[in-house]
Design a protein around this ligand. Structure first.
Ligand code: NDP
Length: 295
């Protein structure tokens, strides 16, 4: 199949690398050098505009920071709509927001292009391993067309409902992740201040009922080890929690706990900057509490 992939960021690039193995791939990235480096490593053709990237594509995939950038990429003389084929399939793997995804789907429909939101979970490791969970929102027939393409990098591909349902699912997932990161960081800092060795605290937690993905995987691999790799920007996590709060607001659900987590993560983003990794929220808790969560 002829496939176009636009947005070779931290997670987009390893996802596209799987597509390069199975399909005739064209890539586009705002910073073209990144696309050239991708093509040298993984193959595929480099396009210099979105229009050129999608010109002969049967499937178009995007993975950008927010839905706003995806909507922007559609328009203009070099935009996606200027080049995309009628009857093609557009899969947005951005962790987007449902309302903008619905607007994008309507705009694409004017050009005879089918749309599904298809955000992913599993991190850059999952993208490299091809084991992502893909959360799809769209019509059932669009989901069936999308499934084999998404299977190149996804292990669990779940149809959650109409356009926007994948985005809502992803946002709530990340709101729970962000809440847990903040809560685990605060709890471990309190234990450290109370004189409990952080490694022992994490080991005990992970043999007890308060354990979670954050305590079992993220904290040992990144915090206790002091390695702090940069794989997912805190700014993007903050964006996701904001989307989840928007979904809750629209549906009339009160979310005081998610709201408090959002305030803390947003503050961390403001203090640490747009390039900080999401687990640096815990580093900020360390700094402000005068603790170091190492073994
Ligand atoms: P990055 O910040 O690493 O990459 C962003 C990508 O978008 C780059 O290719 C960048 O191009 C491009 N871009 C940014 N602004 C624009 C713009 N205005 N117009 C066109 N292109 C633009 O993000 P990630 O790859 O980490 O994340 C992408 C999406 O995937 C986000 O929605 C994120 O929430 C989600 N996600 C990320 C995960 C992760 O572990 N990293 C996990 C699951 C979901 P350039 O190279 O020029 O800067």
């Amino acid at each position: 199949m002829r496939v176009a992939f636009l947005g070779l960021g931290a997670i987009g690039a390893p996802m596209a690398a799987h597509l390069a193995r199975d399909h005739e791939l064209t890539v586009w990235n705002r910073t073209v050098q990144r696309a050239r480096e991708f093509a040298v490593r993984h193959g595929g053709r480099v396009a210099t505009t979105p229009r050129e990237a999608v010109a002969s594509a049967e499937a178009i995939l995007t993975c950008l920071p927010t839905s706003a950038e995806v909507a922007q990429l559609l328009e203009g003389p070099d935009g996606i709509l200027a080049g995309a084929l009628r009857g093609s399939l557009f899969l947005d793997c951005t962790s987007g927001d449902p309302a903008t995804s619905r607007a994008i789907a309507r705009r694409l429909a004017e050009y005879g292009i089918a749309f599904a939101d298809a955000p992913v979970s599993g991190g850059t490791n999952g993208a490299e391993a091809g084991t992502l969970t893909v959360m799809v929102g769209g019509d059932a027939d669009v989901f069936e067309r999308a499934r084999p393409v998404l299977a190149c990098f996804g292990k669990r591909i779940v149809h959650l409902g109409p356009v926007g349902a994948g985005d809502a699912m992803k946002a709530v997932n990340n709101a729970l992740l962000g809440t847990n990161i903040q809560a685990v960081g605060e709890g471990l800092a309190a234990l450290a201040k109370a004189g409990v060795d952080p490694r022992l605290a994490v080991e005990t937690l992970n043999a007890s009922s308060g354990r979670s993905f954050v305590s079992e995987a993220l904290v040992p691999e990144r915090v206790l080890s002091g390695s702090w790799p940069r794989t997912f920007r805190l700014a993007l996590l903050d964006k996701d929690v904001g989307i989840a709060l928007g979904v809750a607001r629209e549906t009339g659900v009160d979310t005081p706990v998610l709201g408090a987590a959002r305030d803390a993560l947003h503050r961390a983003r403001t203090l640490l900057g747009e390039d900080a990794d999401y687990l640096e929220a815990i580093r900020l808790i360390e700094q402000e509490s005068g603790t170091e969560l190492r073994g």
